[in-house]
Design a protein around this ligand. Sequence first.
Ligand code: E4P
Length: 227
Amino acid sequence: MKFFVDTADLDEIKEAESWGCLSGVTTNPSLYAKTGGKLADFEGHMVKICQICEGLPVSAESTAETTEDMIAEGRRLASLAPNIVVKLPICEASLPAMHTLAKEGIRVNCTLVFSAPQALLAARAGARYISPFVGRFDDIGDEGLDHLEEMIDAVHNYSYGYWDEEDGPEIITASVRTPHHVTQAALLGADIATVPFGALKKCVHHPLTDRGLELFAADWAKVTAEA
Ligand code: E4P
C-alpha cells in the first residue's frame, strides 16, 4: 500500500516527502483553509506542492457546483502542473465531468465516497482514484473499516477500461485517523492510504520502539562513561 499525506501545509509536505516513502498528496478546501491561504493564492499554493513533490500525484479539489464549471475548473487545475489530480466530490453533476476529464486523460480523484454504489459509479465514469472516507463513519458511531472493505471489494471485482489495468482506479483510504486505520486498510487491500501528518508520525512510532531506544541510550551512556 502506498502512503499519501493528507495536508496542504507546505512544511508538513516537505518533511513527509523527505522521508522517501511518500507517493502523493491530497488536499481539500478545509485543509487549504487551515493553512490560512487566500483564494488568490490557491493555485500558486497547489503549484508549490507539486514542485515539492515532483512527479507525485497531488489532488487539488474543485469547488465548482455544475458539470460545466467542474470541467472548466478541472482543466484549469490540470494545466497548473503535470502531477495535478483533479478532486471532485461524488454527485450527479460530477459524474459527467469525471467522464469528460478522463477521456481527455485528466486524472480525477473522486472524493466524499461512503458507499459501494457511489464507488462503482465513479469507477465507471472514469475516476482514476476513488476516496472512501473511514473516520467520518467512525465519528457517527458506524464502522468505517467495514464500509471500506465493501468498497474495495466491489471496485476491484471489475475493470473499467480507462486506465492501465494495473493502474486504476486505485482506492485511496481517506479520513484516516489512526495507525490502526492504516493497518486495516493495507490488510483489506487498499491501494493507498492518505494520512494526516500527525497520524503519519504516529505510524513511525511504537511504544516499545521508543522504550527500546531509551534503554539503548541509557546503556550506551554507561559504556561511554567507562571509556
Ligand atoms: C482526503 O482526500 C480527504 O479530504 C480527507 O481524508 C478527509 O479527512 P477528514 O474526515 O479527517 O476531514
